[in-house]
Design a binder for this molecule. Structure first.
Ligand code: DHE
Length: 658
């Protein structure tokens, strides 16, 4: 009996560990540094010509082979999911039936299921009869013995291999799993708690095929070769290297003032409407294209560095500031005849956010960069990018847990106070940095929730609304009183980008987000003065066909809200855009915007009568829609348009119009 108990405990442990392991990749996918070739195509469709009749072993075996065998074996050793030998001895048929039918729903009502469920195992959409058939097949394998062999450990890596793997990890994995692999948007993948348990074969399977929740199929999509997958499967079972710090002296050494302020024009040299320029990130080319939104002409293409992530316009709009995954900040002057880089600096080894000072009297005075690694923010001079100060943001999390890594996620600049507001990802705190004080200190940390990712202002610019995507919540911080005012459950892994603000016909001002984990637009009341009865509650939920949405966008002049689903597991859905009608409060339509690549991110022109979408592909395109008629107006193409992702209109970005 004791042995049986130990065996059960071992199995339970194995199931938990592996269920968690599957979760690693599921949560990770959406936030991955997906490039133009990424095609996460997990086929979830299933059709049987002769529907099984229930408790039919051969029908159950066919179902198992089609729907389960990618993750589970019976007696063959573990893959991504646990080996299922002897599973019918462990759990009775009713339990198995409920689990296979819908593990998430079952976990809500059953303690054991709740212990095992991590969001990894999907509901397969099987009928009750089909589930019975699968269980019948599992019974037929009850004499198969579970393999005794523990998963093999990692092989030794040479220094060159270790360095190569570290670079691949940084490029492809660190954004979601963290530099130290402690997890955040994606779960932790450290040797002791996860990867050794999954083993080399299991990890290779995950990396090759991805998983239904959206983990990119790095192998299948051709991004990583079989050799690279083998290397990474071993690498993540070894303790991660500790990345070095980057201190002020080294940052200053990297500073390159290309055009001193005295040599810059004192008024615009260009005859173009520079405040209606749109900067387009050419992600894999490491470039930014500056396009005249009026004429659609490409005014300049500048080299900004590895996997440039976002652009922000300075408060006056004169400068575009780019930040790259390599932590490099680039300042582009838009007043010269042709936009040109005037300064560059590297404040971090890894970064995603940058913002300028926007409060009256401080316009274009300072720039702040938020680092993913090291855990710090860096303040620069807003004209020259000269580094002024570096501040550590390492702190225990809101529950008192000590952390080794805290990444700076979204940063917004207040228009009413001399402060930047930043999500301190792993810690769950929203930080307030006062740039009117000497030394630019972090003056307050407001406890919100885990793990903070992207976000933006409400329509008044008083409330910062940010995703705590591990908690499926939007958190609302009142920046005036510096208090948390709400945490609202919206759906699986909200991803608002900057979000979208408009006046709903029934609920007053609202803010909205889409989700990575489910096909849903969630609209929350954001009008505490006009409609306090519904403020900071969910007022509408609208179905979107397809998961994997990253961005939505609207404009005060627009009757619509546009949204994408580039990380859907269904290939067609990665190219669709959906348009919600603010007036009727219904989805107006969804349609394919391209026949290749993934369609991602929207931006309006200054007038708010055109919307631009990127076709994220090696042969990229920008599709421009007439925002009144929803018809295609223009399509920018060209060999130079490599992997376009984010687009940032000068006027809209400087004034936080979304
Ligand atoms: Fe982003 C915004 C982090 C993957 C395109 N992205 C942000 C912000 C953060 C962030 C913290 C908010 C910045 C701000 O407002 O100050 N992004 C991350 C990641 O950690 C993640 C998930 C994984 C990674 O390894 O980087 C990730 N992001 C992506 C992509 O794969 C995208 C689609 C293409 C790319 O560049 O890699 C992408 N992220 C964007 C864009 C924005 C953004 C276009 C700005 C949206 C806006 O409208 O302001």
């Amino acid at each position: 009996m004791g042995d049986l108990m130990r065996a059960r405990d071992r199995r339970r442990f194995r199931l938990i560990v592996l269920a968690i392991a599957v979760g690693i990749v599921l949560a990770a996918a959406a936030c991955s540094s997906t490039s133009e070739n990424d095609t996460t195509t997990t086929d979830t469709t299933f059709a049987t010509e002769n529907p099984p009749s229930g408790e039919d072993v051969s029908a159950g075996q066919a179902l198992f082979d089609q729907r389960c065998a990618a993750c589970h074996t019976i007696g063959g050793g573990q893959l991504v999911g646990p080996d299922l030998a002897g599973i019918t001895d462990e759990f009775d048929d009713d339990w198995l039936h409920a689990w296979i039918t819908d593990p998430a729903a079952f976990a809500d009502v059953d303690a054991t299921a709740a212990e095992l469920y991590t969001g990894a195992m999907p509901a397969l959409g099987l009928s009750a009869t089909e589930v019975d058939d699968v269980i019948a097949y599992l019974h037929s394998t009850s004499d198969v013995e579970a393999p005794e062999a523990a998963p093999e450990g990692p092989r030794e890596l040479s220094t060159a291999e270790f360095d190569e793997a570290s670079q691949i990890y940084f490029n492809r994995c660190a954004g979601c799993h963290g530099t130290l692999r402690a997890g955040a948007t994606g779960p932790a993948i450290q040797p002791n708690d996860r990867t050794l348990e999954i083993g080399t074969t299991g990890i290779e399977t995950i990396l090759t095929n991805g998983l239904p929740g959206g983990m990119p199929a790095w192998g299948e999509s051709g991004i990583l070769s079989a050799d690279e997958i083998e290397l990474m499967a071993n690498f993540v079972q070894i303790e991660p290297p500790t990345p070095p710090p980057l201190e002020i002296d080294a940052i200053t050494e990297s500073w390159n003032l290309i055009v001193p302020v005295a040599d810059r024009p004192t008024e615009p040299e260009t005859a173009r409407n520079w405040d209606d320029f749109t900067g387009v990130i050419l992600r894999d080319a490491g470039q930014v294209a500056v396009i005249d939104a009026g004429t659609k002409e490409t005014v300049a293409i500048v080299d900004t560095g590895f996997a440039v992530h976002i652009l922000r316009a300075s408060a006056t709009g004169r400068y575009f500031i780019a930040v790259g995954r390599d932590g490099r900040v680039t300042m582009i002057d838009l007043w010269t005849e042709t936009p040109q880089i005037v300064a560059q600096v590297q404040g971090c080894f890894d970064a995603r956010s940058v913002e300028s000072s926007k409060f009256e009297g401080y316009e274009d005075q300072y720039i702040v960069e938020g680092c993913y690694w090291p855990p710090q923010y860096v303040v620069f001079d807003g004209q020259t990018l000269e580094p002024l100060v570096v501040h550590d943001v390492l702190t225990p999390d809101i529950n008192g847990k000590e952390l080794e890594e805290v990444r700076v996620a979204a940063i917004v600049a207040s228009h009413f106070d001399p402060v930047w507001v930043m999500g301190l990802k792993e810690s769950g705190f929203v930080g307030i940095v006062d740039y009117s004080q000497p030394d630019f200190p972090l003056t307050n940390k407001i406890a919100a929730d885990l793990f903070l990712h992207d976000g933006g202002w409400d329509h008044t610019g008083r409330y910062f609304i940010t995703a705590a995507n591990a908690q499926n919540k939007l958190m609302v911080v009142d920046v005036k009183t510096q208090e948390l005012v709400a945490g609202i459950e919206t759906g699986k892994t909200p991803h608002p980008g900057r979000g979208a603000n408009w006046e709903d016909p029934e609920y007053g001002w609202v803010f909205a987000t889409t989700h990575l984990g489910e096909g849903k637009l969630t609209i929350i009341g954001a009008d505490p003065e006009g409609r306090p009865d519904v403020a900071w509650t969910v007022v509408r939920e609208v179905e979107i066909p397809g998961t994997g949405s990253l961005f939505l966008k609207t404009h005060p002049e627009s009757p619509w809200v546009w949204m994408d689903t580039p990380l859907s597991n269904v290939e067609d859905e990665t190219r669709q855009v959906c348009v919600y009608n603010k007036e009727t409060a219904e989805m107006e339509k969804c349609f394919a915007a391209a026949d290749h690549g993934r369609v991602v991110h929207f931006e309006y022109n200054k007038a708010g009568d055109e919307v631009w979408a990127s076709v994220w592909d090696k042969k990229g395109e920008i599709v421009i829609y007439d925002d009144k008629t929803l018809t295609e107006k223009d399509r920018i193409t060209g060999d130079w348009l490599v992997t376009p992702t984010g687009k940032f209109n000068v006027f809209n970005t400087a004034n936080d119009i979304y």
